[in-house]
Design a binder for this molecule. Structure first.
Ligand code: TYM
Length: 321
């Protein structure tokens, strides 16, 4: 089984990225032939500052390795080290119907959030299709917001196969974990950098405390039972607490007698405990910049060898070169 996924280096990772994609990706590296990459070509649709993009790429690499990504068990690389993605993207774009891209929610959401509607932003799903198809991926672990993009990838692959020959490209399947498909932010909406409701994966203790203690709650008195449905405290707690502790918090909501301040303190403690080992590992990796360079260079070489083969197959089929 070939597994593939990517993350944009568009700022510090948040726990929505972790529970929506990274945790599954890290488990999956034990189960198949995994390829994970830093989608820096994609981030160019929102970041036009070379220095900043480079530093985000580095931070993302360190963060992912600190969370347990093991370069001995997967191929970890930077997208722009494999420029073959862009060439395949062009070929795919020539069979991609405009209507398919016009229906993509993510494009509309991004424009609504103030990102400039460039051609790159519009064509973003075609590049994403190239990322996936160039590795003949079977499975793509993602959060729900990327599901449509994987479906678009399948549609593009079908179109390519109809046009240039059955079996040319493999159809991938999205792998979405139902319980973490949409991790909520501090305000209950989907956690997203553009909604300013994130808890960063490597949040400083003081900032973490401020964010969690600042979660908005209703004015139910301490003694009264509290709503379980729609509680962002409970939804976040479920991700980081043991099942027994989570059940206890649900009961305390239903029974009343415990205030929101207490629930927030429990959430703060469980979040700090959950991520503490990653912080230690992150400090060690940060102290060894050459290690990160080596991992990405080796990953690029392995990824490129696979990408070149697929691209040669496609060039042959479509009549290029
Ligand atoms: P990106 O960088 O926005 O997000 C990375 C991963 O995190 C997931 N995610 C979430 N999951 C659950 N709840 C949330 N609140 C949440 N926020 C983010 C995303 O679903 C994603 O899996 N287009 C992709 C990057 C990409 C890619 C690819 C992915 C480029 N090429 C090829 C897979 C295959 C993106 O912008 O993800």
């Amino acid at each position: 089984m070939r597994i593939l996924s990517g993350l944009q280096p568009s700022g510090r990772l948040h726990i929505g990225n972790y529970f929506g994609m990274m945790q599954a990706a890290i488990h999956l590296q034990e189960e198949g032939d995994a390829y994970y990459f830093i989608a820096d070509y994609h981030s160019l649709t929102s970041i036009h500052d070379g220095k900043l993009l480079r530093s985000h790429v580095r931070d993302l690499a360190i963060d992912f390795l600190a969370c347990g990504l093991d370069p001995a068990k997967c191929v970890f690389f930077r997208q722009s080290d494999v420029p073959e993605h862009c060439e395949l993207s062009w070929v795919l774009s020539t069979v991609t119907p405009m209507g398919l891209l016009e229906r993509c929610h993510s494009y509309k959401d991004k424009i609504a959030n103030g990102i400039k509607p460039s051609h790159g932003l519009f064509a973003y799903p075609v590049l994403m299709a190239a990322d996936i198809l160039i590795y003949d991926a079977d499975v793509v672990p993602v959060g729900r917001d990327q599901k449509q993009h994987v479906e678009v990838t399948r549609d593009i692959a079908i179109k390519m196969n109809e046009t240039f020959g059955e079996g040319l490209l493999k159809l991938p399947t999205p792998r979405i974990r139902e319980d973490t498909a949409v991790v909520p932010g501090l305000d209950g909406q989907k956690m997203s950098k553009s909604y300013h409701n994130t808890i960063q994966l490597f949040e400083e203790p003081a900032a973490l405390k401020k964010k969690i203690m600042g979660i908005k709650t209703d004015s139910t008195p301490v003694e009264a039972p509290k709503a379980v449905e729609g509680s962002s405290i409970l939804a976040l707690y479920k991700l980081v607490a043991s099942p027994a502790d989570y059940d206890r918090m649900v009961q305390d909501h239903l029974n009343g007698g415990v205030g929101y301040g207490d629930f927030k303190k429990r959430l703060l403690q469980a979040t700090s405990d959950f991520f503490a080992p990653f912080h230690e590992k992150r400090a060690a990796i940060t102290a060894d910049p050459a290690y990160v360079d080596r991992v990405l260079a080796e990953g690029a070489e392995k990824a490129r060898a696979v990408a070149r083969k697929t691209l040669a197959r496609v060039r042959e089929a479509v009549g290029l070169g």
